[in-house]
Design a protein around this ligand. Structure first.
Ligand SMILES: [Zn+2]
Length: 320
């Protein structure tokens, strides 16, 4: 008996639900590059000149950003306020070596971001690279800028937690992670020793500490090559960065895989018999194993009586 009445009610409910879905999102929910709803947000961005994404150059009333000079802009040619490390070192670095003058005349001297015990150094940890130096502190302790520069990133950023990244005139970028509070904002000029935030335990962190990185064109370097943490002073004002040092010392991921591959190649061969064994690890596929061992999937399949589609077991031994 109520069937006739029920259907219009249902249709009305559906229409209401649909119109609610089609209602415009608030400006904060706008995704970058969504032109339809972009006007309000674009105006917002325009007021912050340093925050202009590349796509905004198409906007008619583009502000004159030539007046704004970002530190080391010639070297980087970009100013990204969203991504921590958007650079490709291997593509950007064409020299065999470069001498980096850490503190130029007229700049303020280097200041240690926080003076405390080092709890973890630059290097490969069990499963992942550690690109920084960890300095023990208490939550709430002041963390300061190492060199003069301009804040590029100041926000919560993945495993870094609350994080500040500064671009410097010397070509370096420094990273300050796991902060409990951030006291600066993107685009702000800072001098060495200036408060950036308070130490903490945010992001991928177990216990309060400062994770401090020094990078050049995105490549993380060992801060201990620059800093004497005992005295809090720079070890040298002229740091020579060699491409060979990156390959042999700083590019942790590449080093790790090279080492693993060497171990895999040497593990079973003992006396050279022209035969090597690779032990399958989690995440391996025939193609990644082939690439890493400079062979082909076909050759691997032939040697091990496999098909390209065969499932690999962790711990399985493959002849290379
Ligand atoms: Zn760390």
């Amino acid at each position: 008996m109520t069937k006739g009445r029920f259907i219009p009610v249902l249709v009305c409910a559906l229409l209401c639900a649909f119109s609610a879905m089609a209602a415009p999102f608030p400006p904060d929910d706008k995704k970058p590059g969504d032109d339809k709803k972009g006007k309000a947000a674009k105006q917002k961005e325009d007021t912050i000149a340093y925050n202009l994404p590349e796509t905004s150059s198409e906007v008619d009333e583009t502000p004159d950003t030539t007046l704004i000079t970002f530190p080391s802009h010639d070297l980087y040619a970009s100013w990204d306020v969203n991504t921590a490390h958007p650079y490709k070192f291997n593509e950007a670095f064409h020299e065999d070596s470069v001498v980096i003058t850490l503190v130029n005349p007229g700049d303020n001297n280097f200041i240690l971001p926080y003076k405390g015990n080092l709890t973890s150094l630059f290097g490969w940890r069990k499963y992942r690279p550690h690109y920084g130096t960890d300095i023990s502190l208490h939550t709430g302790d002041s963390v300061v800028a190492a060199f003069d520069g301009m804040v590029r990133i100041a926000k919560y950023y993945q495993g870094y937690g609350n994080c500040v990244i500064i671009r410097h005139n010397n070509g370096l970028e420094t990273v300050y992670a796991h902060l409990s509070k951030i006291a600066v904002e993107s685009g702000q000029s800072v001098t060495s020793g200036q408060l950036l935030g308070l130490g903490g335990n945010t992001g991928h962190s177990y216990g309060s500490h400062l994770h401090f990185e020094i990078r050049y064109l995105g490549q993380a370097l060992d801060t201990q090559d620059f800093i004497d943490y005992e005295t809090g002073q720079l070890k040298t004002n002229y740091f020579t960065l060699r491409k060979s040092d990156v390959e042999n010392k700083y590019d942790l991921r590449a080093l790790h895989y090279r080492h693993r591959s060497d171990v895999g190649l040497n593990a079973k061969s003992g006396i050279k018999k022209g035969k090597s064994v690779y032990v399958v690890r989690k995440g391996d596929t025939l193609s990644t194993i082939a690439r890493r061992n400079r062979t082909t999937v076909n050759a691997l399949c032939k040697k091990n009586r496999l098909r390209p589609t065969s499932t690999l077991r962790i711990g399985q031994r493959l002849s290379i």
